[in-house]
Design a protein around this ligand. Structure first.
Ligand SMILES: [Zn+2]
Length: 336
């Protein structure tokens, strides 16, 4: 019960509750405090203050103070039990109105915490050559062990229908990303628009939620480069970032949407090194040539980078290549 109440207060900050009931305050001298008119008694001079870090209120006019539940008791004239029930109901309504991007942010944060709890996930990352923990943190990498996301999100007030609608949970009740490494796909404003999941087991390797994958990956940090490296997969991107090629971006696959092309073309004359997989059926190379022509039509410079047969950037580094080897590949790259 006590744990239940703590979670309720944690997921429903006092300030958010007050603002939903049309209270407004201004920052007081102490940075974490807001002051405004008291909703509990009539007054013309603000004496009601909210401490946003402690999640507590106090009114110097009527002397009332406490936490969110205490406020609901006083504001709605309810008993403690009634107040808790009222808050749970209101939280469910709030959660339903929260946007999908908030839901995805909650899911991504949950998966991020799970990553270090599952040795099989960390071992998989090691096999893929990723060992820089600061980088994993920066990319927001996570792991979906399966079987516990639904309970977590329900605890935050999300309805099952919403989880099904977004595709995080299968109609049979299973986690869509079960046993997958998770990369959150963010827009430049930080909003998470999709999750990419790479299977660490026998399941089909790649999975995205059935919604737009958004713009070029991490474009916010890559856009200021006049030379950009474009790769096929997020493990390629991660290993190149780890090797200090921070000008690497990715469209998750070899197809670039008009939106992706417009992003690359936002700097006139930008040079794009295309490093797609060197697969045996030459699909990657064909896609690279087609893309290079599209980029040229947009007045960009394009170079097609050849890696040793059968390699992608990730496997190339895992096989022992160093930054200098990759730089040499870039230098050998030819214009179309
Ligand atoms: Zn008051």
């Amino acid at each position: 019960m006590a744990e239940d109440l703590e979670r309720l207060k944690q997921h429903f900050p006092l300030l958010e509750y007050l603002q939903r009931h049309n209270w407004s305050g201004h920052r007081a001298s102490a940075r974490l405090e807001l002051v405004g008119l008291c909703p509990l008694h009539r007054e013309t001079h603000p004496s009601f203050s909210v401490n946003t870090s402690k999640n507590l209120f106090y009114c110097h006019g009527c002397g009332q103070g406490g936490d969110l539940i205490r406020f609901v008791e006083l504001f709605h004239h309810l008993s403690f039990r009634q107040s808790v029930a009222h808050l749970k109901q209101e939280l469910a309504a709030v959660a339903h109105s929260r946007s999908t991007s908030e839901l995805l942010a909650h899911a991504a944060a949950f998966y991020q915490l799970e990553l270090h709890r599952h040795p099989q996930a960390m071992q998989y990352l090691e096999r893929r050559g990723l060992h820089d923990s600061a980088l994993l943190e920066e990319l927001g990498l996570g792991y979906a062990p399966g079987g516990n996301l639904r309970r977590h999100l329900s605890g935050l007030g999300y309805a099952l229908e919403q989880l099904l609608e977004v595709g995080l949970i299968h109609p049979q009740g299973r986690d869509a990303f079960c046993r997958r490494i998770i990369f959150p796909c963010r827009e430049p404003d930080g909003e998470i628009v999709n999750l990419y999941g790479r299977s660490i087991g026998a399941a089909f390797p790649h999975r995205l939620l059935p919604r737009s994958k958004g713009g070029l990956f991490a474009w916010d940090s890559v856009r200021h480069f006049s030379i950009v490296i474009l790769v096929e997969g997020l493990f390629d991107l991660a290993i190149l970032w780890q090797a200090s090629f921070r000008n690497t971006t990715c469209a998750i696959g070899t197809y670039l949407s008009p939106g992706h092309l417009a992003q690359l073309a936002d700097t006139p004359g930008r040079c794009v090194y295309i490093v797609f997989d060197q697969d045996d059926n030459h699909a990657g190379q064909r896609a690279a040539r087609q893309l290079a022509r599209q980029l040229r039509d947009l007045s960009l410079r394009a170079r097609i980078v050849d890696l040793p047969q059968g390699q992608d950037p990730n496997s190339y580094f895992v096989a022992g290549a160093a930054s200098a080897d990759f730089t040499a590949c870039l230098q050998r790259a030819q214009p179309l």
